[in-house]
Design a protein around this ligand. Structure first.
Ligand code: ZN
Length: 466
């Protein structure tokens, strides 16, 4: 089948060196970070200038400490305690405030030689990482006073504090739907990322979150994935050996959609248990609140691929329960970082509703949604609903909108309410749609990017066999 190349650059690359993909170049959240600590870094690599721990403040360190009015190097006792706040040189070569979350000894080094796992207080939790002592500006060390206050605080106060912190670090909306106890438990258990990087196909990707890989993988900071069967290995040579004998060139299961270079595969978790589990381990690295289902039998996985002459390369997926009491039509959704901001998230959401329409059911995503997931859903609902309202001259009810779109009535109501398009008159919700207002909201929601071409979807709803 002839396929026009979508991205020439991707198709012509044949070398085996993975493209490095780090969230630093993509994450919108960083751009929004406050610059108050942005003392210009020296032109050379600032991290190399400091050889760790000595009190001799270098010029930039002095300037920093002086400006911030902090106590000098005397405050820094090594190793640093968990909870310490200090400035840390990040990959942009600038100093940013961090809090030490965890520390660990460096094997075969001196008794006080530790690495530190830090949270950048201006950034999203997904950028937490292990750093070397040389990256920390010890002249800026502060013991964490409010940590002690937090410990004694009531759980309610703790929740507010946590929520505020999370909101400051760019709306992790999913957290709001967890209660205080499960949020704390979650953060304690997952505070340290276990795998820092993965290699997947042509990409090396920095991970975002903890994922519960089997214990034997926890001492490796990088894992190597076969991009087709998603088996993972600790060493590059193991992957190379695997690739010589792995005969998959696309996800297992049925190709249910093909349009241009895009294909969607439906994978039954019962028939492809190992693949389903591997996919869950991989996805958890990029989803904060995914509940990992070892029992993947109950799910279908819809894996979206960009295809070329080397095979079908996964760009993202969503999972769906085979039978949902709560009319969930999507459990987890992920676009892999190298493929984000290309409209694939919107495509996956639209696809999940196309499946619901074929089933003749309304659907809704399982909660909590991730921060990125919620943003994508809000955009999708807004575009779909307002497009219809614009075209419909006569009155239309929420029920009718729901029948046309397979969007659950609750989601329609909350979307229209958030846009201030609903009034309550004589005991009824009435949609008030001034065309100018609709246009303004539609513009703000952005365009939908990749469309699902329904004529290319060849699919029958799942039926239990035997
Ligand atoms: Zn494989």
């Amino acid at each position: 089948m002839a396929r026009a190349p979508r991205t020439a650059a991707i198709r012509t690359r044949t070398d085996t060196q993975p493209l490095r993909f780090s969230p630093a170049v993509q994450m919108g959240s960083i751009e929004g970070a406050k610059a108050e600590n942005g003392v210009a870094a020296p032109a050379c690599n600032g991290g190399d200038q400091r050889n760790g721990g000595g009190g001799g403040a270098l010029p930039d360190g002095e300037a920093e400490a002086g400006r911030r009015g902090k106590v000098g190097a005397a405050a820094a006792v090594l190793p640093l305690e968990v909870g310490t706040r200090v400035m840390c040189r990040w990959r942009d070569q600038k100093l940013h405030p961090v809090k030490v979350i965890e520390r660990r000894k460096i094997p075969n080094a001196g008794p006080n030689d530790y690495e530190y796992y830090v949270h950048y207080t201006e950034f999203n939790r997904r950028l937490d990482e292990w750093v070397k002592l040389e990256q920390l500006d010890l002249d800026t060390v502060e013991a964490d006073i409010d940590e002690k206050v937090e410990d004694k605080a009531t759980s309610l106060k703790m929740t507010r504090h946590q929520k505020r912190k999370i909101d400051e670090t760019h709306v992790e909306k999913g957290h709001e739907e967890l209660d205080a106890a499960s949020l704390r438990e979650h953060e304690e258990f997952t505070k340290v990322k276990n795998i820092a990087k993965i290699e997947l196909g042509r990409y090396e990707i920095d991970t975002w979150y903890f994922s519960p890989f089997p214990p034997e993988y926890n001492d490796s900071s990088k894992l190597y994935f076969c991009e087709f069967c998603l088996n993972f290995m600790k060493r590059k040579e193991q992957l190379q050996r695997h690739m010589r004998k792995c005969d998959l060139k696309h996800p297992p299961g049925d190709e249910i959609y093909r349009s241009g270079t895009l294909s969607m595969f439906e994978v039954d978790g019962k028939k492809n248990k190992v693949y389903g589990q591997n996919l869950c381990y991989l996805a958890k690295l990029f989803l904060d609140h995914k509940t990992l289902y070892y029992d993947v039998d109950l799910f279908l996985f819809y894996v979206l691929c960009e295809c070329d002459d080397r095979g079908c390369h996964m760009v993202g997926y969503f999972s769906k329960e085979k039978h949902s009491e709560e009319s969930y039509n999507l459990a987890c959704i992920l676009t892999l970082p190298p493929y984000q901001r290309k409209g694939y998230g919107k495509f996956l959401i639209a696809f999940s509703y196309e499946l619901s329409k074929k089933e003749g059911k309304v659907g809704t995503p399982e909660r909590p949604l991730s921060d990125l997931g919620l943003l994508s859903y809000r955009g999708y609902w807004t575009r779909v609903l307002l497009d219809i309202l614009k075209k419909h001259k006569s009155n239309i009810s929420i029920k009718e909108l729901s029948d046309m779109t397979a969007i659950k009535a609750d989601d329609i109501l909350s979307t229209l309410q958030s846009l201030d398009l609903i009034q309550y008159r004589k005991g009824q919700h009435v949609i008030c749609a001034d065309p100018k207002v609709l246009d303004r909201h539609l513009k703000a929601a952005g365009r939908g990017g990749l469309e699902v071409d329904v004529s290319k979807l060849i699919w029958t709803p799942y039926k239990e066999q035997g």
